[in-house]
Design a protein around this ligand. Sequence first.
Ligand code: BG6
Length: 303
Amino acid sequence: MTPSLHDLTTRFASVPGLTFDAEKGLTRLKLQTAAAEIEVFLQGAHIAHFRAAGQEPLLFLSDEAIFQEDTPIRGGIPIIFPWFGTRRHGRSADAHGFARNTPWELTGVQLEPEVMLSFELTPSARTQLEWLPDFRVRYFVYAGEELTLSLEVENLSETSFIFEAALHTYFAVSDIRSVRVTGLDGVEFLNQLATDKQLQSGDIHFAGETDNIYFNVPETITIEDSGLQRAIEISSNALSAIVWNPWIGKAARLKDFGDDEWQRMVCVESGAVQENEVEIFPGEITTLSVTYRSTVAAGIDAA
Ligand code: BG6
């Protein structure tokens, strides 16, 4: 259960720049420092906003997002665990797992030597309805000039288990038609709309609904936005990357997404999914980490 606003405020009273409030009943942490501002919902340890000082906001959050218990938030950085999309092992359950709409514990806030927030998810009566293995997931968020995220999955069971995970990041862009994603040339991907595997040829440009899972990806992928003249470098140890934009038709079908909002976002997710799923042994810890670095530089060509 999420502690009350009063309890959180009292417990973290010594941290300057840190406040808690509620958006339609969901508890939200806000932290403002000289280097950056960040907002995180405790449900899902869901980062809804991040802006490094002097920069445009990094993330897209839908104006139609629903802030409600047990409901995923459309935008920001949902955490996908322990399965991605439709569950492939075990009985069917909600898409993308329970981590994104289950309350997490805020375990720490530090400002020095760097700003770091930490969160933890362990089994609850609710998660045990869907997932039997015993686990602990720790999430470390470093909010400075760059945003670094580290998701540590620990197996506390007596047998191994298989999981998928992803940081399902919605990036804010000027206009999806002015965006290209570089770094995946030659990488094999599954086009989820056609369900066939292909090899990426050149950069990714967007001219329609896109829902691709790339496997065994390189360490760095970049979103180049000629409208904002911004490059977002994504550096990660993740083996999978998912590139998603719903375009016009799917945007209209999503109830928590504005009809025109497909133009202002792109998801480039870092994870371990499908053929890159992870088998984790008792006592083992597996870490998924990613750093987002934005640079604004004249000279990004039109996509
Ligand atoms: C992406 C999937 O990761 O998430 C898409 O590849 C899916 O198929 C999208 O549509 C959004 O999922 P959801 O469950 O948040 O609507």
